[in-house]
Design a binder for this molecule. Structure first.
Ligand code: TRP
Length: 345
């Protein structure tokens, strides 16, 4: 509670811009989440008023094993913390703990055309990969995402390229609502990080590394052990030739160079000269060790936090309460404007 006051009372905070982002707890997080999202989220904490969410309601648009969904939710919180998300600076919460997300999503559904949802690339893709379960939730996934964002009057939304279309819909819905009634929602802007390296699958380096890939050898997880990481890198697919260089016809080596760059901070020219005249074997060993060194402290913190359920629950309780405080204000405005009868006044 004390934190909420300090957050809302200070001048700087009221002038700070708001950020909201989320990750679905639908699998273990990978090194791609670390360099593509979490590293960036951590940097934003000092400058912005950040809301970092675990999008469990989005995860159930495809079938989940209940016990796994529960444990992955807690693991995702532990990983956020291990990567440096600081609950004293940012609000960290689970989407389903704040009922306003579902409530605003329903209202937004009533302002969204069928055509707007059916043209979404992700809906079309997921309808192909989950043919047996093309449900209404999957269809209206982007209106729930719009609710996530608009409830907090977010200025900026850090997302990957694949979510830009959903963000565009959020903007359209906000504008539509503001135009129909009166100014209610801030129009959010996408925030695509300048240097967000794309990490590819280890066995099929022309495909993005994905947490939902069935072949675990393709993926470096944030909680992999040192041996697992070194082995996965050692067995990764490389290209013909023997040179270590960034090139379109060398997707395997280029991907390992990206990993090495993330783990060591060395740029590609430095990496090329470090390994000139050396073979793939030496390079792979160096990459494996560097990535293992990079992941190790995060993994250790992750294991410590993951076992402290009481601490995680306390953080989530406070996060839900802070989030609810902001979200409920927006939702009341919306209900009032559209004419839902209220008992309060
Ligand atoms: N759909 C996002 C993804 O899969 C996760 C997400 C849910 C999200 N709600 C959000 C991201 C709101 C940004 C803002 O990556």
């Amino acid at each position: 509670m004390e934190k909420q006051n300090s957050k809302t009372n200070t001048d700087t905070i009221t002038r700070r811009k708001t950020i909201l982002s989320g990750i679905q707890p639908s699998g273990k997080l990978t090194i791609g989440h670390l360099s593509g999202a979490l590293d960036n989220w951590v940097k934003l904490q000092d400058e912005y008023n950040c809301f970092y969410m675990i999008a469990d309601l989005h995860a159930i648009t495809v079938r989940q094993v209940p016990a796994l969904l529960r444990s992955q939710t807690l693991e995702t919180v532990a990983i956020y913390l291990a990567c440096g998300i600081d609950p004293k600076k940012s609000t960290l919460f689970v989407q389903s703990h704040v009922a306003e997300h579902s409530q605003l999503a329903w209202v937004l559904n009533c302002f969204t055309g069928m055509g707007e949802c059916s043209k979404m690339t992700q809906f079309k893709d997921k309808s192909k990969t989950h043919k047996e379960n093309i449900n209404v939730g999957l269809f209206s996934y982007p209106t729930l995402m719009a609710a996530d964002i608009l409830l907090y009057q977010a200025d900026l939304v850090p997302v990957g390229e694949d979510q830009k279309q959903h963000l565009e819909l959020s903007r359209n819905l906000a504008q539509r609502f503001n135009h129909y009634y009166s100014n209610t929602f801030k129009i959010p802007e996408p925030y695509i990080p300048k240097i967000g390296a794309r990490i590819m699958s280890l066995q099929e380096p022309t495909k993005k590394m994905s947490k939902s890939d069935e072949n675990e050898r393709n993926i470096i997880f944030i909680d992999d052990t040192r041996e697992q990481i070194i082995n996965k890198v050692k067995r990764s697919v490389t290209d013909s030739g023997s040179e270590i260089k960034m090139a379109a016809d060398k997707p395997g080596i280029s991907n390992l160079m990206t990993l090495y760059n993330i783990a060591t901070g060395k740029n590609f020219t430095e990496i090329e000269s470090e390994f000139s005249g050396k073979g793939y074997g030496d390079f792979k060993l160096a990459v494996g060790e560097a990535v293992a060194d990079y992941i190790q402290p995060i993994r250790e913190k992750f294991i410590e936090y993951r076992n402290d359920k009481k601490m995680l629950n306390d953080i989530l309780k406070e996060g839900a309460s802070n989030a609810h405080f902001v979200a409920s204000r927006t939702l009341s405005k919306v209900y009032k404007k559209i004419g839902l009868y209220s008992l309060d006044k």
